[in-house]
Design a protein around this ligand. Structure first.
Ligand code: BEZ
Length: 212
């Protein structure tokens, strides 16, 4: 297992899932992807997370992001658990959950942190761009459920900064002003960003969100 770092190609794999056999690259196609692990089926925090993820799927779809969950339980277990998630979270889990009983994928992606738990995956998140490069890595412990608003927020930032010469400041949300990339001069920025550029410091230039 090699460490996966930002910019690396997401390792491809073929695995069983709640929706049958899945190949990561075929599944993603030309879309963005979010691959996220959870510790185990039939556990409380995971139930809230997977239900929330399912309820947020239209927002991921809007951003052209395919969702893929994973735990080291089998496909039959995932499908039994999905019935509970659908019932208690009033949703329909409509994305695959990888069945990683042999820990092949969780090992490939370093999702088992032995000092946290030697058998179960932690709450890892990998956001993968259409060119299959890894754009974001997050790791949460089993005891802390993820904030899916934050995942959407960070996808908005990743997608904006992939296509425009900007960066997003602290607590940024879609529509807020953005930072002009330090790589371009203020004069260049004034030509590029027709909505205006404010130079607060020579290294801190703000411009309205070009996509808002
Ligand atoms: C949970 O999802 O609630 C959970 C799973 C494993 C350890 C602790 C909490």
């Amino acid at each position: 297992m090699a460490t996966i770092r930002l910019g690396d190609k997401a390792p491809d794999f073929t695995a069983d899932s709640s929706m049958g056999t899945i190949n990561l690259y075929d599944y993603l196609g030309d879309s963005w992807g979010i691959l996220f692990s959870h510790p185990a089926d039939f556990t409380p925090v995971c139930t809230t997370e997977l239900g929330t993820a399912a309820n947020f799927k239209p927002e991921f779809d809007k951003r052209n992001v395919k969702m893929l969950a994973l735990s080291v339980d089998g496909a039959a277990s995932h499908n039994e658990w999905i019935k509970d998630i659908n019932e208690v979270q009033k949703t329909t889990v409509n994305f695959p959950i990888i069945a990683d009983e042999d820990k092949k994928v969780s090992t490939l992606y370093d999702m088992i942190h032995p000092k946290a738990d030697s058998n179960l995956t932690v709450r890892s998140v990998f956001i993968i761009a259409p060119d299959k490069s890894v754009k974001l890595i997050l790791t949460y412990p089993a005891s802390t459920g993820r904030n899916f608003y934050e995942l959407l927020r960070v996808i908005d930032s990743l997608q904006l900064t992939a296509y425009h010469k900007v960066a997003t400041p602290a607590n940024w949300e879609h529509g807020n002003d953005v930072v002009v990339s330090p790589a371009i001069s203020t004069d260049e920025a004034k030509e590029m960003f027709t909505k205006g550029v404010e130079e607060i410091k020579p290294y801190l230039r703000m411009t309205p969100d070009p996509t808002a």
